[in-house]
Design a binder for this molecule. Sequence first.
Ligand SMILES: Cc1cc2nc3c(=O)[nH]c(=O)nc-3n(C[C@H](O)[C@H](O)[C@H](O)COP(=O)(O)OP(=O)(O)OC[C@H]3O[C@@H](n4cnc5c(N)ncnc54)[C@H](O)[C@@H]3O)c2cc1C
Length: 461
Amino acid sequence: MTGYANHSFWLETAGEDLNPRPALERSAEVDVAVLGAGYSGLWTAYYLLRERPGLRVAVVEKEIAGFGASGRNGGWCSPKFPVTPGVLEQRYGAEATRSLLVAMYDTVGEVCRVCEEESIDAHFHKGGALSLARGAHQLPAIQGARATYERLGLQDRNQLLSAEETREHVKVTDVFGALYTPESASVHPGRLVRGLARAIERRGGTIYEQTEVVSFEGGDAPRLVTRAGELRAKQAIALAGEGYLSRLPQLHRAIMPVYSLIVLAEPLSDAQWSAIGWQNRESISSQKFTVDYLTRTADGRILFGSRGAPYVFGSKITNEQDRHEPTHARARRAVVEWFPSLEGVRFTHAWGGPLGMPRDWMPAVAFDPPSRIGTARGYTGQGVATTNLAGRVLANLILGKQTGLETLPLAQRRSRDWEPEPLRWLAVRYMQNAFARIDEAAEKGQTPPMDAPIAEFLGKH
Ligand SMILES: Cc1cc2nc3c(=O)[nH]c(=O)nc-3n(C[C@H](O)[C@H](O)[C@H](O)COP(=O)(O)OP(=O)(O)OC[C@H]3O[C@@H](n4cnc5c(N)ncnc54)[C@H](O)[C@@H]3O)c2cc1C
């Protein structure tokens, strides 16, 4: 097995040797050239080939398929959209918000359908999601979300549970209630992304690995430029490199890489599981600003993920940033705080990776016919399901096909750019620090810091 397995438990257990596919060796011509073999690029390629068998589609990947967030995430295949329903409603109105959220529920089903059709053993499991209120201070957030779902007519898909009802699902300390979303699933991210790559090849697509795109051109002769040559596209190029797109000078400020970090415990015994409950493997989170997300893996481990690794000046991305001991140590401690019966549990893995954050937190899926440049990006850590919707939208836009998905609020838009440095560094570090202080004060039962309303406002905009 190659060194790529060290980037996550998911790549290590993807059931493949991860030997890179051949690189692009010289200039070539295709119909559609896609940058990035994560879910966004692969779903786009998949739906293009599904819709137009025989279309020449090639995906160009700097490392291997699944090297990025798609091979490292928390495994939530959730209908949760990166922007909260309340903010969506303010920005786009109730009708468009409802259509988008309904499309997200359908998307979870679509991922399951494709896994079955393409024989991708991604451990797809529809166990639901629990958004917990840990502490009374977190209750207003879930009650507010529930009120929005009621206004949108989606209350049956998002049920408010009492503390006691929540404990029937899982026994976590300090629980005051939860919002339960039955239509959420979990997956093995590595098996999903690697299986998708193989499905594309079976349908005639080509994936070039260990080939970096160093720039791109649109217009009459759209192309991805690599050191070995150009991949010229007769119909379109699609940029699907998420946080890594910030490395391209043309897109440096279009998206910001933010690290999310994960620890993984050893498999628990049946006795340990019966003390905890969590028998249906729901995806679990709380309302912390610094974000926590938990998954019970198919092989009986607890995965705990969190943000908190500091943003690095200039949107830098390096393998060293995959590990940040203070954040990993905090996540290990949190597992025992949530589940005290696990005191002494061993942790076998720790990793992390960059997700892509747009300036307004809103994904953008766009195709510009004059330049023939398409893109799908900006999922702010909620991309496992959203990328499937984005891939279908982008394929439709490129092919000029209309199914209604192209009118959803994520389509044919772009976010404004991030501020130049050093303003970006100052603002992001301030926000990271403010969110940590808000969480800490809430946990200690103290009044929120004076600047909490400003940080909360900025966090939504
Ligand atoms: C630690 C972590 C946990 C997460 N947990 C969840 C979760 O539980 N649920 C959820 O919904 N979302 C989660 N996310 C977010 C989710 O994983 C992403 O939104 C999603 O995988 C994005 O897919 P993508 O294909 O757009 O980007 P990526 O998977 O990052 O893929 C981009 C690919 O493009 C390649 N690339 C970039 N630039 C170039 C270039 N110039 N030339 C060639 N190739 C290039 C990269 O090498 C990479 O393989 C998490 C993310 C992280 C990092």
